[in-house]
Design a binder for this molecule. Structure first.
Ligand code: NAI
Length: 332
């Protein structure tokens, strides 16, 4: 039995996590859920969006599965997602982007993975006003931070039988931060001669990804480029509703869809649970239950390909739970 922290989250979070938990149960995943809360729901309830009990549960269990959390724009509390990633030093943000037949996309042959550094860069949150009319934000890169994410990407490529790792940077402009990152990439790459290594400037990468995404395999990049390009990659394969994610550190891993709380469709039961279900497949792999994860992924792919029971964002009329039940029917 695996004890895992479950954080339903805000907005559509409770709807999509409930669907995913039902699918996991049907697949026979032996999970004892430790349900905890974070985000706006806790902020409204007790003024603290990230309670100590929630952190303690994740610390104890080592694995968490969560729905999206609201982050107020401009004012209000800081991102709870960023706080959790920092607290547990979850330095890897893994975001696979794969085409599934049946999902509308301009491409039919994408199978790439964005490995985004998750703790440094402009997301260190060190920013301040300089007088009333200027603001400054500090971009932090450390040798340790660069080395561990680059090495993780190469190790992942080997473990997953992938062929190429592409480093994304802007070392032409930011010679210290991105320059150090690129130097480290070039130092580490020869240690993995079986993996092709290349580096591409972030703006050119944006163009290349739209022009010929099938050329890419594993992409490793600093936090900001990773944030932007992983959403771009989600768009290449048909949108946020199907894009899973994982945040991984040395001791703790947290699995979640990459989409947000989708405020405009909350409570209607129409959110697509695919991204959350596919995130649970990444989690099953992480806890040594890959066969069950593969089984669920194949069932999801079959339901999407059939196209009869898909949610509104995929052109269907099925509710969140009808989709989950169709996946369950494929598993059984
Ligand atoms: P969003 O991802 O919530 O929504 C963007 C668009 O995608 C909307 O049209 C939404 O309806 C649609 N969408 C998203 N997920 C969907 C699903 N599963 N099924 C069908 N349609 C779906 O992004 P937005 O609007 O920028 O952010 C809303 C809130 O979510 C903000 O407070 C933001 O901070 C938070 N957020 C949280 C994340 C997390 O907890 N990991 C990640 C991204 C945003």
């Amino acid at each position: 039995m695996h004890k895992i922290t479950l954080i339903p989250g805000d907005g559509i979070g409770p709807e999509v996590t409930e669907a995913a938990v039902k699918v996991l149960d049907a697949a026979g995943a032996n999970i004892d859920w430790d349900v905890q809360y974070a985000g706006d729901c806790m902020y409204q309830k007790c003024g603290n969006p990230l309670p100590e009990e929630t952190l303690a549960s994740i610390e104890k269990n080592g694995v968490a599965f969560k729905g999206p959390l609201t982050t107020p724009v401009g004012t209000g509390f800081r991102s709870v997602n960023v706080a959790m990633r920092k607290h547990f030093d979850l330095y890897v943000n893994l975001r696979p982007a794969k085409t599934y037949p049946g999902v509308y996309s301009r491409y039919d042959n994408i199978d790439l993975v964005v490995v985004r550094e998750n703790t440094e860069d402009l997301y260190a949150g060190i920013e301040h006003m300089v007088g009333p009319d200027a603001a400054e934000s500090i971009k932090i890169f450390t040798r340790k931070g660069c080395e561990r994410i680059i090495r993780w990407a190469f190790e992942y490529a080997i473990k997953e039988g992938r062929k190429k790792v592409t480093a994304v940077h802007k070392a032409n402009i930011m010679k210290c931060t991105d320059g150090m990152y690129l130097d480290i990439f070039r130092q580490i790459a020869p240690e993995y001669p079986q993996i092709e290594a290349e580096d591409v400037i972030a703006d050119a990468m944006s163009m290349r990804l739209v022009y010929a995404p099938e050329e890419y395999d594993v992409l490793v990049m600093p936090n900001l480029y990773g944030d932007i390009l992983s959403d771009l990659c989600a768009g290449l394969v048909g949108g946020l509703g199907i894009a899973p994610g994982a945040n991984i550190g040395e001791k703790i891993a947290l699995f979640e869809p990459i989409h947000g709380t989708a405020p405009t469709i909350v409570g209607q039961g129409i959110a697509n649970p695919t991204a959350t279900i596919l995130s649970s497949c990444l989690m099953l792999k992480h806890i040594g239950e890959q066969a069950k994860g593969d089984m669920i992924e194949q069932a999801v792919a079959k339901v999407i390909k059939d196209g009869k029971t898909v949610t509104v964002d995929l052109g269907g009329t099925a509710s969140t739970m009808e989709f989950a039940n169709a996946v369950i029917a494929e598993i059984k």
